[in-house]
Design a protein around this ligand. Structure first.
Ligand SMILES: [Zn+2]
Length: 412
């Protein structure tokens, strides 16, 4: 694959050069730039807020080192980046995960983002078409969402294979226990869990049993667009679940796949909660990466009532690391959002600190508060007395809650 990419890069540079020589300089330069668009997109879209470089106290560093750090959401497979070496662009790679003491990292696969209905053909409206085309990805991924899933899976599996046992795919409770034990013995190991962002890819041979077989354990019903199963928080209609969506929710639940309500419309969240209330589904629900309306009133964020209702199912609220999930992309805003959510749940009679987690949205084309190497700064911020969290509660929020949730909900 990488060899094919190098050949494609060479071809477009030669074609671009020929166009310049033939008297089409602008067109020639544009074509030549296709050889490096993947880097340009990555640098421009996956940025990081400037974090004060002041070193952390030994007490905080020591505490952080003993925590099981877990992140509910990152889109790292979307990018043509070598996860094995430290990159200066993007948010996640193996050296930075190790630097951040990350134990469990969700890798979530997004596949489609339709920007405008005014363009004549469906694939022209899809940003993922342009991303795949401009980044010289395999032509099958230009038009097909299922090919995009398979490509990202292929990238993930090649990273696991090349990591010599450091990266391991976690699909079951026993694998999660093994990960915990190996880290307790100071072995270098990081668990990766698979999630799907938007169920629109599910058709034909790509169905729920296939997802389960590949290791997906979390599925979001919608992403940025409405689909055959329901409506997105970003769409214009913002309806609920369709009849196919209700069937999908039941099927995911019966296959031990957790339902993620990030990006879902308020009506869709209501419908899933209603199904849960009626006992049609049993598994607790999560919102893998979100903000909370009580802190920042933005359509990307869930309402306070929904946060309470989702936590009441036994679920998790993953607070994200970028604005507009946060009122501003800084650590203080993150601390405020986390402590607000904990207090909100406490007031509703739920042990709030047991149901809040972090879902970074690293490499999700956002400017995050830190990159994966900076997790200790999150721990340090949450330990600040202004947030009113005990060290034990901080430990739960930065990862122990996520580990416990999947320990309770993964298949054996
Ligand atoms: Zn997202």
């Amino acid at each position: 694959m990488s060899k094919c990419f190098r050949v494609a890069q060479l071809v477009v540079v030669v074609v671009g050069g020929c166009l310049v020589i033939k008297g089409f300089p602008i067109l020639g330069i544009c074509v030549s730039m296709m050889a490096c668009w993947h880097r340009i997109f990555d640098v421009l879209l996956n940025r990081c807020a400037v974090v004060e470089k002041k070193s952390l106290s030994d007490e905080v560093s020591g505490f952080h080192k003993d925590c099981f750090i877990a992140d509910l959401h990152a889109d790292v497979c979307l990018w043509r980046r070598d996860l094995m070496r430290k990159n200066r662009r993007g948010h996640v790679d193996l050296p930075r995960l190790m630097e951040g003491n990350v134990a469990l990292q969700f890798i979530t696969i997004p596949t489609k983002l339709v920007i405008s209905r005014r363009f004549p053909r469906a694939f022209f409206r899809d940003l993922f078409f342009w991303g795949a085309f401009m980044s010289l990805q395999h032509p099958s991924t230009w038009f097909s969402t299922s090919a995009r899933v398979r490509l990202q899976l292929q990238r993930l599996k090649s990273w696991v294979a090349r990591s010599e046992g450091v990266l391991r795919l976690v699909c079951s409770r026993s694998q999660l226990d093994e990960l915990k034990d190996s880290r307790a013995c100071n072995e270098e190991s990081i668990g990766l869990m698979l999630g799907l962002e938007g169920a629109h890819v599910l058709r034909g041979s790509l169905d729920v049993p296939w997802l389960f077989e590949q290791g997906f354990r979390v599925v979001g019903i919608t992403h940025f667009n409405d689909n055959q199963f329901g409506y997105s928080a970003h769409g214009s209609r913002r309806g609920g679940l369709t009849p196919a969506g209700r069937e999908l929710v039941r099927e995911l639940d019966s296959h031990s796949i957790t339902i993620d309500l990030a990006h879902a419309s308020a009506s869709l969240i209501d419908d899933v909660l209603e199904m849960h209330g009626k006992g049609e589904i049993r598994r607790p629900l999560i919102v893998s990466h979100t903000g909370i309306r009580g802190v920042h009133d933005h359509r990307r964020n869930i309402s306070d009532d929904h946060a309470v209702a989702i936590a009441a199912t036994g679920g998790l609220i993953g607070i994200s690391l970028f604005a507009p999930a946060l009122p501003s992309a800084d650590l203080v805003a993150l601390g405020k959002s986390v402590s607000y959510t904990v207090k909100l749940l406490n007031q509703a009679g739920i042990d709030g600190a047991r149901h809040v987690a972090i879902g970074s949205d690293f490499d999700g084309a956002v400017r995050t508060v830190i990159d994966a190497s900076g997790w200790a700064r999150i721990t340090a911020e949450l330990m600040h007395h202004a947030h009113g969290l005990s060290p034990e509660q901080v430990e739960w929020i930065v990862g122990a809650n996520t580990r416990r949730f999947f320990s309770d909900n993964l298949p054996c």
